[in-house]
Write a protein of this length. Structure first.
Length: 283
């Protein structure tokens, strides 16, 4: 019997197919339980853990491509690079489109360190330029001099200094770094920027690129739009600071005796003033 026409079934869409003379429905064959189980085993279902991992890879790739579209919309629109994610030994790599995005970031925003064809990495692989205190710096006179002053003058390079000029080592007073910066600022040579070398060596410039030791990623920067914008701004500032630091280093390498003498005299003046202040307070 057909369903009756009503306001809720104006075109008889609820008519039972079983009573239609033109029905072509065919009942599926009935399988035994053993056969059904064998066929299910042959399907090769993905485990829940593998499925979650795969979804995570797709989500990460989609997020990176969204960032590509946001920061480089014209290049994204013209791109014909594949978005397929390759696998090597079961490990997911980056797609050609993602690698294209990384190269644009490296060329136009800030430097990236890791090879782009490596396995997927959860953080932005930035290339920090901080000083590695564990590495020798004898070949960099500006860094060696800065390290010598930061240790209270004990390791200041004295080769080539006049015999009557000795660096005063700090033992009883704390260095007045602000006064030392003022004395350097009064110089009419490259030493005006020597406090910047001190800040770089002591990892206190306030810039993420210069205060992070090399081969580390202490900040664990994630691929987020706000983080990319922050790193790009910091990199522009770092480039100016690097230029100034290089200028000091080059001048000191070209005239080591001249600059070491001036540094020693500025340092000694600061220490003497500091000691006089202490004596006055004690009196």
């Amino acid at each position: 019997m057909c369903a009756c026409t009503s306001d809720s079934n104006p075109a008889r869409v609820l008519t039972q197919a079983a009573e239609s003379p033109t029905s072509l429905a065919v009942s599926p064959p009935i399988l035994s339980a053993v056969t059904a189980i064998q066929r299910l085993r042959g399907l090769g279902f993905t485990s829940a853990q593998d499925a979650v991992t795969q979804l995570g890879v797709w989500a990460d790739a989609t997020h990176l491509l969204q960032l590509y579209h946001r920061f480089f919309p014209d290049e994204f629109a013209r791109s014909t690079a594949s978005v397929a994610i390759p696998y090597v030994n079961g490990e997911p790599l980056y797609s050609e489109r993602e690698i294209e995005f990384f190269r644009l970031v490296d060329e136009r925003l800030f430097p990236l360190s890791d090879p782009f064809d490596d396995v997927r990495f959860p953080f932005i692989p930035i290339c920090p330029l901080g000083v590695d205190w564990d590495s020798p710096h004898k070949e960099h006179l500006a860094i060696e001099a800065a390290l010598g002053l930061l240790t209270g003058g004990q390791e200041f390079p004295t080769a080539g200094l006049p015999l009557d000029l000795e660096i005063i080592q700090v033992d009883e007073v704390e260095p007045d770094w602000e006064r030392f910066k003022e004395l350097c600022a009064g110089e009419r040579n490259a030493l005006r920027d020597f406090p910047l070398v001190l800040a770089w060596v002591s990892q206190s410039t306030g810039n993420v690129w210069l205060d992070t030791p090399p081969y580390t990623n202490a900040y664990d920067c994630e691929w987020e739009a706000s983080t990319i914008e922050y790193l790009a701004r910091e990199w522009q500032l770092a480039r100016d600071l690097i230029t100034r630091i290089q200028r000091v280093s080059e001048r000191m390498e070209a005239h080591p005796r001249y600059y070491l003498m001036h540094l020693a005299r500025l340092w000694n003046r600061m220490v003497r003033e500091r000691k006089e202040e202490r004596w006055e307070m004690e009196d």
